[in-house]
Design a binder for this molecule. Structure first.
Ligand SMILES: [Zn+2]
Ligand SMILES: [Zn+2]
Length: 211
């Protein structure tokens, strides 16, 4: 069974998700935003082993805690990111643009591919390629737990901004329609910012992309 602990951290109030198979205690951090030590302490308290860092995209506020987490772990966690966001990762996720500096932590060595299956103990996640907010944005869908970690693609009542480098409105809208609005209506959406919502809720009420 999948256990999910959420954190809201850093200057952009970014949601980080510590997820684990509660039976095997294998854990991953989806978007290790900012205070890595806080996420790490929670994993240690629960006896979970963080073996993976999964990035929906490479913006600085979603990866700023990676170094603190990785520095405390041996072996190092494997970092996964879509290759289209590698350039963004190498420039610190655009931190300088916002007046910040981050240590980006270990280099991504796993390339996300659309349709790829990620395994965490007995729990599986499907990678869905969802560009528009950045060119390499992906969401992680866990069908067996009815939940989708959707980064900065869609939020409760809003959508990801498309005015930063690599952003494109038409692409974002297409990603939402084809990769989110095709999921079952009761799928929980856990976003990169703000509260949790569902596919059905957004299809009905999202003011930017109607279902
Ligand atoms: Zn972002
Ligand atoms: Zn964000």
């Amino acid at each position: 069974m999948l256990d999910i602990v959420s954190f809201t951290l850093g200057p952009a109030q970014t949601n980080a998700y510590l997820v684990a198979d509660s039976d095997t205690k294998d854990a991953a951090v989806i978007d290790p935003a900012w205070d890595g030590k806080v996420i790490l302490a929670e994993a240690q308290r629960r006896g979970w082993r963080i073996a993976h860092l999964w990035y929906t995209h490479a913006h600085f506020d979603h990866i700023g805690g990676a170094a603190e987490i990785a520095d405390a772990l041996n072996p190092l966690p494997l970092v996964a990111l879509h290759p289209n966001d590698h350039v963004l990762w190498r420039v610190g996720g655009g931190a300088a643009l916002f007046g910040f500096r981050i240590d980006p932590g270990p280099e991504p060595t796993i390339d996300f591919v659309h349709g790829q299956i990620l395994r965490l103990g007995n729990v599986q996640f499907e990678v869905r390629f969802t560009p528009g907010h950045t060119t390499g944005h992906c969401v992680l869908y866990c069908a067996q737990e009815n939940v989708c970690f959707c980064g900065d693609l869609i939020f409760a009542g809003s959508v990801g901004r498309t005015d930063l480098p690599g952003g494109d409105w038409a692409t974002l809208e297409k990603s939402i329609r084809e990769q989110i609005y095709t999921l079952p209506d009761d799928t929980r959406l856990l976003s990169g910012h703000g509260p949790e919502t569902t596919v059905g809720e957004e299809k009905q009420f999202n003011p930017f992309v109607h279902g």
